[in-house]
Write a protein that binds this ligand. Structure first.
Ligand SMILES: O=C(CO)COP(=O)(O)O
Length: 134
């Protein structure tokens, strides 16, 4: 089955995430991506072939929408490149997203190195061969 993968980045890291998605487009294309609005728009521009839907922008509730999807069991993997050097008006939402991802044990990558390890592990490809009733 395809995975549902949340893709989120703060402004300073958006180009990095778009570049990562472009570099890993072949592995990502069979899966469903859910991005916060601005991150999603940048990824869509870099890789139009990806199946990407968007929620609201992070500061307008997008992090919380993705958090709610995590609570519902609808997110299999989260790739989130946060900016650790800039204060955010929606810091509490970012914290809530991280907390709920930990509560539900969602596999997460917070930088390019870890995102590469996850793709390199074959997790995305393995998931495709799994069936719902397996
Ligand atoms: O703010 C974000 C994550 O906290 C991301 O939101 P945008 O992708 O809309 O910038």
């Amino acid at each position: 089955m395809p995975m549902t993968i949340a893709v989120i980045a703060h402004d300073e890291k958006k180009a990095l995430l778009a570049e990562w998605a472009h570099r890993n487009a072949a592995a990502l294309v069979p899966h469903r991506l859910i991005g916060t609005a601005t991150t999603g728009a940048m990824i869509r521009k870099a890789c139009p072939e990806l199946h990407l839907e968007t929620v609201k922008s992070g500061p307008l509730g997008g992090d919380l929408q993705i958090g709610a999807m995590i609570a519902e069991g609808a997110i299999d993997l989260m790739i989130f490149f946060p900016d650790p050097l800039t204060s955010m008006p929606h810091d509490v939402d970012v914290k809530a997203l991280l907390r709920i991802a930990l509560v539900y044990d969602v596999p997460c990558a917070f930088n390019q190195a870890t995102a590469d390890l996850i793709v390199g592990s074959g997790l995305l490809d393995r998931h495709l061969t799994e069936t719902t009733d397996a």
